[in-house]
Write a protein that binds this ligand. Sequence first.
Ligand code: SF4
Length: 146
Amino acid sequence: MSCHTAPKQPLDCRSDGSWVEKHAAGQLKELVCIRCPLGCALQGQLAEGEWHVEGNGCPRGEAYFIKEAANPSRTVTGLVRVTGGQLPVVSVKTVPEVPKARVMDVARGLARLEVRAPVSIGQVVEEDFLGTGASLIATKSVGKKA
Ligand code: SF4
């Protein structure tokens, strides 16, 4: 897969066709940690290929910063249409998370998807959704229409 339209900010093309932020040595980056309600303001500096993180109130903040700097990803949740079901839609989520740059693709893809009832909670609705490597998992059961 290859990346399409080159973005204006400095990004690198990943093997899955998505863009990832490019970091230069000495670069400073700031993030707010979202791992707990304290919301520590994190600052990181890249030196010799490693991020040195400050401002974190606990080790989870450093781990969050490094993951966000190297590979930002998100769980996408949404609804998929159900045919022949007691409900018209079923809730799903991506497992594992998808690259942040693909979140909108996945959200749009969900709107085009349809699944036949019955659907069981935990069921894989679709594997490797849109080539992201993530499966769509049902987070609710929907029985067949009587
Ligand atoms: S660094 Fe730790 S204490 Fe601070 S917001 Fe993140 S999880 Fe919470």
